[in-house]
Design a protein around this ligand. Structure first.
Ligand code: ADP
Ligand code: MG
Ligand code: ZN
Length: 476
């Protein structure tokens, strides 16, 4: 029996807002525990929530980018459950009428485009954080209580762990481009629940699914899916049946454990949250938000390859980070050829960023200076290899290239008199190589040229020097 794997994801994304979803507490990561809390996000009786407009705007932006229908009226509901990270005893979320419906995320797998359908994007609030202190105690930090989230729910359209990984990376990249989230995985800005089922290949019906909670990394999501596929396949092949379960993924142990039999909507006693109004979105607001959406990674990549002649691979690397792509584009707008700017960004510059452990949004060389350096190579002021040394120094000091070239004594030497002098010295000192060359061994030319470059300390203009050398050799 051929089995097919069916995967659907529920992705929780922390929104990049100044304040929380229903109060004016700061939405920030890493503050001293329990300092960004107030009676509203702590769920004190008698307090009233007021929805953060910025959070709704982020959610709409995401919805528009993925081609969702933006529902002009949507509702906020209470999802009730009892757990220590939830002081109110319920989470405000959206149940039957979400802010966004439908839409899709396009992903690239093996050069193919696949559309992964979305069933919805809704707004909700995050819960607090439990910190198990290792001594058997549990500490509570409510700074995260009430942080605004969107939950992006996919259709069961994914077919492998690998595809799920690509989906999550693509989604994250787009959401960061949109400014919807900072996307910082290590800070829990994106977390997901993973639903997995298997079915006979070609079957129309879906198999029974299990849902895995507590997945904090994309790698973890992939491992959780692989583990669950194996577990379910083994069960089915041995004549057993998959039980609908909610399981907890333990990344360290590399396996999942049953938490409970799958909960259903009734368990949560959803009902409309009467303390807030429905969310009403006017067309004018949607158009304002749409106008703020800048070029997304796929469109950028398209432009780099078709307008600027870059290959898919390098274009993909450049757009992988928005600030990096912007840096590259600014270098081009300052006059550098796209192909050359790309080589410098992906080569020497990336190397320096790695060595200094700097992120793409903290490149200490202004794009104008990189463009200038590239221009100086074209003008014959400096050789490419010397330019790399200069860039290293520009990186350290933030200086402009011209002054550094003079100070570092790296300017290229073009004067014919000087070059000829070196050439005749080299010819005089290397009679064997000269003889080899004269007797037809053309590779001797490379050796002699190397000697000229060495004499010049790498500063001779290579094309001029080699021309002079060739002429001199013909006359020996
Ligand atoms: P719940 O809230 O109970 O988890 P939802 O209807 O919101 O249920 O579905 C959650 C996720 O489960 C969605 O991403 C959906 O694509 C996925 N899903 C639904 N049925 C299956 C299935 N048979 N196999 C795998 N994933 C599924
Ligand atoms: Mg679920
Ligand atoms: Zn608060």
């Amino acid at each position: 029996m051929e089995l097919e794997h069916v995967i659907g994801l529920e992705v929780h994304v922390e929104l990049l807002t100044k304040t929380k979803a229903y109060c004016s507490c700061k939405n920030e990561f890493g503050a001293l525990p329990n300092t960004n809390c107030c009676p509203v996000c702590m769920g004190f009786p008698g307090t009233l929530p007021a929805l953060n407009r910025e959070a709704v705007s982020h959610a709409i932006r995401a919805g528009l980018a993925f081609g969702c229908k933006i529902n002009r009226i949507s509702r906020q509901d209470r999802k009730n459950y009892f757990y220590p990270d939830l002081p109110k005893g319920y989470q405000i979320t959206q149940y039957d009428i979400p802010l966004c419906s439908g839409g899709a995320v396009e992903i690239q797998t093996d050069g193919q485009t696949r559309r992964i359908g979305l069933s919805r994007i809704h707004i909700e609030e995050d819960a607090g954080k439990l910190i198990h202190d290792g001594a058997g105690g549990t500490l509570l930090d409510f700074n995260r209580s009430g942080v605004p989230l969107i939950e992006i729910v996919t259709e069961p359209d994914l077919r492998s762990a690998e595809e799920a990984g690509i989906f999550l990376e693509t989604l994250r990249q787009i959401l960061i481009y949109l400014g919807v989230t900072d996307g910082k995985m290590q800070e829990g800005s994106i977390r997901c629940d993973v639903n997995v089922s298997v079915r006979e290949q070609g079957s129309r019906d879906y198999g029974v699914r299990c849902e895995m909670k507590n997945v904090n990394t994309f790698r973890g999501a992939q491992r959780a899916i692989e583990y669950e596929i194996k577990r379910q396949e083994a069960l089915i092949r041995s004549g057993g049946e998959v039980e609908p379960e909610t399981r907890r993924w333990d990344d360290e142990a590399g396996r999942s454990f049953v938490m409970r039999t799958k909960e259903n909507a009734a368990d949560y006693r959803y009902f409309p949250e009467a303390n807030v109004m429905p969310i009403v979105v006017e067309d004018k607001w949607i158009e304002e938000i749409r106008a703020q959406i800048s070029e997304l990674p796929r469109e950028k990549k398209q432009r780099y390859t078709s307008d600027w002649g870059l290959c898919e691979y390098e274009a993909g690397l450049l757009v992988s980070s928005k600030p990096f792509a912007e840096y590259f584009e600014q270098t081009v707008s300052m006059g550098a050829e796209p192909k050359e700017a790309s080589e410098w960004c992906l080569g020497a510059l990336s190397k320096l960023l790695n060595a200094h452990k700097l992120p793409y949004d903290a490149i200490p060389v202004p794009p104008a200076n990189l463009a200038k350096l590239i221009a100086l190579i074209h003008q014959g002021v400096i050789s490419e290899s010397a330019a790399k040394k200069v860039l290293g120094q520009m990186f350290e000091s933030g200086e402009e290239p011209e002054g550094l070239i003079v100070r570092m004594g790296l300017g290229q030497i073009n004067e014919e008199k000087v070059l000829s002098q070196w050439v005749s010295e080299v010819i005089g000192e290397n009679s064997k190589a000269v003889l080899d060359y004269r007797s037809g061994k053309k590779s001797a030319m490379g050796y002699l040229m190397g000697q000229v470059m060495k004499k010049s300390g790498g500063r001779a203009n290579p094309s001029k020097a080699s021309q002079i050398l060739r002429e001199a050799l013909a006359q020996v």
